[in-house]
Each structure stands twice: as structure tokens, then as C-alpha cells.
Design a binder for this molecule. Structure first.
Ligand SMILES: Nc1ncnc2c1ncn2[C@@H]1O[C@H](COP(=O)(O)OP(=O)(O)OP(=O)(O)O)[C@@H](O)[C@H]1O
Length: 353
């Protein structure tokens, strides 16, 4: 077996950006001039290898070129420079409804999509019931797919793609369209593929999902590769670029704290009251700097706090580390009140009058 599932070498993909809004031949003739355009390189000089059996994430900000790269990997787009070599059967699930014909039924689309992804009719016949079962489309299978919800589209598309039994599965963010139960089911399917030594390449904006599911990653920005390697390193590089450290916190963020708190997971929140300060959420806690107390770290529960109230306006910054009792309850004192989180419960905020 090959150690490398996909090799990308010097990849470049350009698009034409037209300066005239209307690009039809008729309008060009009417205006007696050919539409002007410029070349825009969505990807340039991108090279990396995806190890066989890895779950590989592509990360980067909006418009950085992730989907374009996935489309090149799935052979939906053809590169203008460089090349992609892949080993084994590649199946992809990119845009909602891609590979489906809206007027055809779910049943007909399973055959259509299956053949696009390289399955024979006999193979689809054999797997048909499993595909329908996994998709949970049930009695709607003979309805035209144009009447399906986007979640139903994705469930059917994903079900066909995994039943191709690909060596490499290429998936864009669209799985997030499915409901919680289906997302859980697709996660389990990814684990199964991983256990079978299959390779999955996916795009996700959720750093939690990426860290949980993937072992390798590549970070792309403005069409060029920034870093590639173990997911933790790449995710750290990326998040530092998105959420730089507050200058006040930089000194406090030594190696020990880095280990304890992880990398930045939120922008810097300024605190106006009581002489001012800043607080910033990290992967496993928060760092706080106040003009009174200098800087100190707060562990996990502050994240629940951030989520619960959407900010630190009400209670101010934390005055102590969270106190965790044996039954899992959490209590933490803040500048203007306290927060209590019962085991598996909703945080209660108790502002001081
Ligand atoms: N068909 C196209 N014609 C012209 N420009 C395009 C085309 N497809 C993509 N682009 C441009 O290429 C760049 C990269 O787009 P792409 O969709 O790959 O980004 P992305 O990283 O997937 O973004 P997002 O996170 O927002 O989904 C963008 O600037 C986009 O406008």
C-alpha cells in the first residue's frame, strides 16, 4: 500500500474575473467590445502530501481557496498549474445537491450519483437498500429530489458517497447542514473509515470539529499554503493568526500557561470598568489582565460562562480559578458577581448589587 494517498505538487488554479457585469456574447456584441477580465489565482504553488489513513483537514479563512482545492482533488476543477496524484478510488461530497438531478427521484439519483462516483449498476443494486437506510429518506425515496430539504439532500449524497467505499473521501463543510443525529452518525462513519485505513479530506470552520476528528491539517490563506502537518500544530499557527494575543497578555503567556490553556480561541475583549483590562478566551480557559491584579489565568468554566452570557459585561473579569466540587458543580467568583454551574446544568449568574 502507498504511504501517500494524495500528492499535490505546485498546484495553481486561476479564475477569470470579468470587469463587465454582463458577460453574454449578445451583450458583448451589442457593446461592440469583448468583456475585459483579469486572471485571479485562487491557488498558487500549493504542494503537500496527504498520508494514507489520515483524516486531513483544510483550514483557512473565508475565500482562502479551500473549496477550490477540494474541487481540484475531486477532479471537478482542472488545475492550471502543477498536478495531483491520488491512489485508489476517490469519492466526494461538495456542494449541496451536486451530482443530483432535481427532477429525478431519490431512487434515480442514487443510480445517477453512484455511476458518477464510479459504481456499476450492479454495485448500486446490491447497496441500494443500505444507501436508503443510512440516508433515512424512507418513503420520500420516490419523490423528485427538488422537493427535498437541504438536510435530506446532504444525507442522501453522503450515504451514496460512503457506500462507494472510497479509498479517499473528500468532503466540504456541508455535513453541518444535517441535524444533530445525522452529524453524530456521519462522525461514527468517519471513525469507521479511519479504522479501515481510509483517507478523509475535509473542510471545516469549526476548530473543535477539526481537532476532534482530524490528525493532519493544511492551512491555506489567499491561495497559498501556510503550514501543513499534525493538526495541533497547524491549528495553533492558524488561530494565532486569527486571534493575536493582547500585548498586555503576551508576557503572561509563558510556556507553562501555553500548555495549560492552549492557543487563543477568542478575540481580545476589553473591559472598561474599574481601571480597565482585557480578557481573552483560550482553547482550555482564559487569560485575564486587569490594571489592579496584573494578569492571571482562569481554567475551563469561563468558557461556559462566555457561552452563557455572550460576554463579560455583566460580571466583569474572574477573581479566582473556578472551584469544582466532586459532583461536578462549578462555582466561580467574578468582579461583579458569581457564576454557579450545577452538574450538567445551565449556568446561574448572580450579580452583586
Ligand atoms: N468560479 C469562480 N470564478 C471566480 N472566482 C472564484 C470561483 N470560485 C472561487 N472563486 C474565488 O476563489 C477564491 C477562493 O474561493 P474558495 O471558495 O475556494 O474559498 P474557501 O476557502 O472555500 O472559502 P469559504 O471558507 O468562504 O468557503 C475566492 O476569492 C473566490 O471568490
Amino acid at each position: 500500500m502507498n504511504d501517500v494517498a494524495v500528492r499535490v505538487e505546485g498546484l495553481g488554479k486561476k479564475f477569470r474575473l470579468y470587469h463587465e457585469r454582463n458577460q453574454s456574447l449578445k451583450s458583448a456584441i451589442m457593446r461592440r467590445k469583448i468583456a475585459e477580465y483579469e486572471d485571479f489565482w485562487a491557488l498558487r504553488d500549493v504542494s503537500f502530501e496527504v498520508p494514507t489513513g489520515s483524516t486531513f483537514a483544510l483550514i483557512g479563512s473565508n475565500g482562502s481557496g479551500k473549496s477550490t482545492l477540494l474541487k481540484c482533488l475531486a477532479r471537478i476543477l482542472w488545475p492550471d498549474e502543477g498536478e495531483i496524484t491520488s491512489h485508489g478510488r476517490v469519492a466526494s461530497l461538495l456542494e449541496v445537491g451536486s451530482g443530483f438531478h432535481p427532477e429525478l427521484s431519490g431512487r434515480e439519483n442514487i443510480y445517477l450519483n453512484g455511476s458518477i462516483l464510479g459504481m456499476s449498476r450492479k454495485e448500486v443494486d446490491r447497496k441500494f437498500d443500505d444507501i436508503v437506510d443510512f440516508s433515512e429518506i424512507g418513503k420520500f425515496i420516490d419523490q423528485p429530489v427538488k422537493s427535498y430539504s437541504s438536510g435530506m439532500y446532504v444525507r442522501l449524497g453522503f450515504s451514496v458517497a460512503i457506500h462507494v467505499q472510497p479509498d479517499v473521501l473528500v468532503v466540504d463543510e456541508i455535513l453541518a447542514v444535517g441535524d444533530a443525529a445525522f452529524q453524530e452518525k456521519s462522525r461514527a462513519k468517519f471513525d469507521e473509515l479511519h479504522d479501515q485505513g481510509k483517507t478523509v479530506i475535509l473542510v471545516s470552520h469549526s476548530m473543535g470539529t477539526v481537532l476532534e476528528m482530524c490528525d493532519q491539517a493544511a492551512w491555506i490563506e489567499k491561495g497559498s499554503l501556510q503550514s501543513v502537518g499534525p493538526v495541533k500544530d497547524v491549528a495553533a499557527d492558524y488561530t494565532y493568526s486569527v486571534f493575536p494575543l493582547a500585548p498586555e497578555l503576551a508576557d503572561a503567556y509563558d510556556d507553562a500557561r501555553k500548555k495549560e490553556l492552549g492557543w487563543p480561541a477568542s478575540p481580545i475583549h476589553p473591559i472598561a470598568a474599574h481601571g480597565g483590562g482585557v480578557v481573552q478566551g483560550f482553547q482550555r480557559g482564559a487569560l485575564c489582565w486587569s490594571s489592579h491584579a496584573g494578569s492571571f489565568s482562569v481554567k475551563e468554566p469561563i468558557r461556559s460562562f462566555f457561552n452563557a452570557v455572550g460576554g463579560i459585561e455583566e460580571l466583569g473579569w474572574p477573581l479566582e480559578d473556578a472551584q469544582v466540587s466532586t459532583d461536578g458543580a462549578v462555582a466561580q467568583r467574578f468582579q461583579r458577581g458569581t457564576i454557579d454551574i450545577p452538574p450538567n446544568g445551565i449556568p446561574r449568574l448572580a450579580p452583586v448589587n
